[in-house]
Design a protein around this ligand. Structure first.
Ligand code: GLA
Length: 434
């Protein structure tokens, strides 16, 4: 080969490798190349609502058994959940038998999952849904079942053989930070080697933070989403803590989120016991702004029509699933109000205004639209639609107008702003100026 054509050939190979192996969103932030989670994962995960209830004798309807997942899958397919995008039905901890089988493979508890995971996966697939499962990078799962340390390839292959479509990989009982990082990477590679498309949900940064600041660029190369912060509880305090952590760390975590890799603020607890109507609205609105995986943990067999309508709200889901794939951030905090915003496709913006005051009645908040969307959301004018708590068109706003809202205590007003005329704008400005 002549030197020039060799250079050309090498150049082509490098360009090819770069394009095929390194899908990059923001410059320098490359994602796991498994083609999955191009928008945040949507589905259902058992943990917050059903935890580690293994007592099927006394509580046959709420213990962790194949019956629970068969019933939830059936409802997800028939009650409109699948139609709006909830696709993954995910098993969390406590599905395993206490020991591996004679070949070293994980096995489901035979009493609670008599048909095994393979049969459950077949049923879930027959409903047009996908199945998620749970394992742990260390020696034991958080609830004390067998861990995957030393078994990453065997476990990845077992999950692929069963037809699993998502793995939540926890980080309990890992003896060193090196084993933690290596384990998360090795499991990612092992899943890829199976050739099956398996969404990889990590808790890697959550277990790193107490020791040192996680390397998010690296985490994004291996995981489709990652938990950063403590487990969610069915309480307003827990929602607030999660939002506070997210906004306090937004400079670090917002720029890394994008198609293929998302920050995971944990499950939606809407439809349970601990949140008021306004607080449920706040969770739904803010999870949309944060481009969070929407993994409900509730009992879809017994859910109020209001909670169902909120979780199935197509306009709010459209913000969560927006194809631009940019996570929103907190713009302002004043007088116990917070304003969050998120850039959307076609120069549109989502804006959430939260009233954090827990005393008194609804309070009004007035904002000049000039300050929204980096000064461009309403330049020269925009159409504003309120999505939550009510769905209504608020009308046209000029660049110099003010928008007045009334917000219940611990509630949120979620707005969508559409530009009425377009100007050139580079979204890199958004992450640069965070
Ligand atoms: C950890 C995780 C939770 C859940 C439990 C299960 O606490 O963060 O989401 O998976 O383990 O034991």
């Amino acid at each position: 080969m002549k030197p020039v054509s060799r250079v050309l050939w090498l150049g082509c190979v490098l360009v090819f490798c770069f394009q095929v192996l390194v899908p990059c969103g923001l410059p320098g932030v490359c994602g796991l190349d498994n083609g999955l989670a191009m928008t945040p994962t949507m589905g259902w995960l058992h943990w917050e609502r059903f935890m580690c209830n293994v007592n099927c004798q006394e509580e046959p309807d709420s213990c962790i058994s194949e019956k629970l997942f068969l019933q939830i899958a059936e409802i997800m397919a028939s009650d409109g959940w699948k139609d709006v995008g909830y696709e993954y039905i995910c098993i969390d901890d406590c599905w395993m038998a206490p020991e591996r089988d004679s070949k070293g493979r994980l096995q489901a508890d035979p009493k609670r999952f008599p048909g095994g995971i393979r049969r459950l996966a077949n049923y879930v697939h027959s409903k047009g849904l996908k199945l998620g499962i749970y394992a742990d990078v260390g020696n034991k799962t958080c609830a004390g079942f067998p861990g995957s340390f030393g078994y990453y390839d065997i476990d990845a292959q077992t999950f692929a053989d069963w037809g699993v479509d998502l793995l939540k990989f926890d980080g309990c009982y890992c003896d060193s930070i090196q084993h933690l990082a290596e384990g998360y990477k090795q499991m990612s590679l092992a899943l890829n080697r199976t050739g099956r498309s398996i969404v990889y949900s990590c808790e890697w940064p959550l277990y790193m933070w107490p020791i040192f600041k996680p390397n998010y660029t690296e985490i994004r190369e291996y995981c489709n989403h990652w938990r950063n912060f403590a487990d969610i509880y069915d309480s307003w305090q827990s929602i607030r803590n999660t939002l506070d952590w997210t906004s306090s760390n937004q400079k670090i975590i917002v720029p890394v989120a994008g198609p293929g890799g998302w920050n995971d603020p944990d499950m939606l607890v809407i439809g349970n016991f601990g949140l008021s109507r306004d607080q449920q609205i706040t969770q739904m609105a803010l999870w949309a702004i944060m481009a969070a995986p929407l993994l409900m943990s509730n009992d879809l067999r017994h859910i109020s029509p209001e909670a169902k309508a909120l979780l199935q709200d197509k306009d709010v889901i459209a913000i969560n699933q927006d194809r631009l794939g940019r996570q929103g951030y907190r713009l302002r905090k004043e007088n116990n109000f917070e304003v969050w915003e998120r850039p959307l496709l076609n120069l549109a913006w989502a804006v959430a205004i939260v009233n954090l005051q827990e005393i008194g009645g609804p309070r009004s908040y007035t904002i000049s639209v000039t300050s929204l969307g980096r000064g461009l959301a309403c330049n020269p004018d925009c159409l504003i639609t309120e999505l939550l708590p009510e769905k209504r068109k608020l009308g046209f706003y000029e660049w110099t107008s003010s928008l007045k809202t009334q917000i219940n205590p611990t509630g949120t007003v979620l707005l969508r702003l559409e530009r009425t005329s377009s100007v050139q704008f580079s979204y890199s400005a958004v992450s640069d100026s965070l």
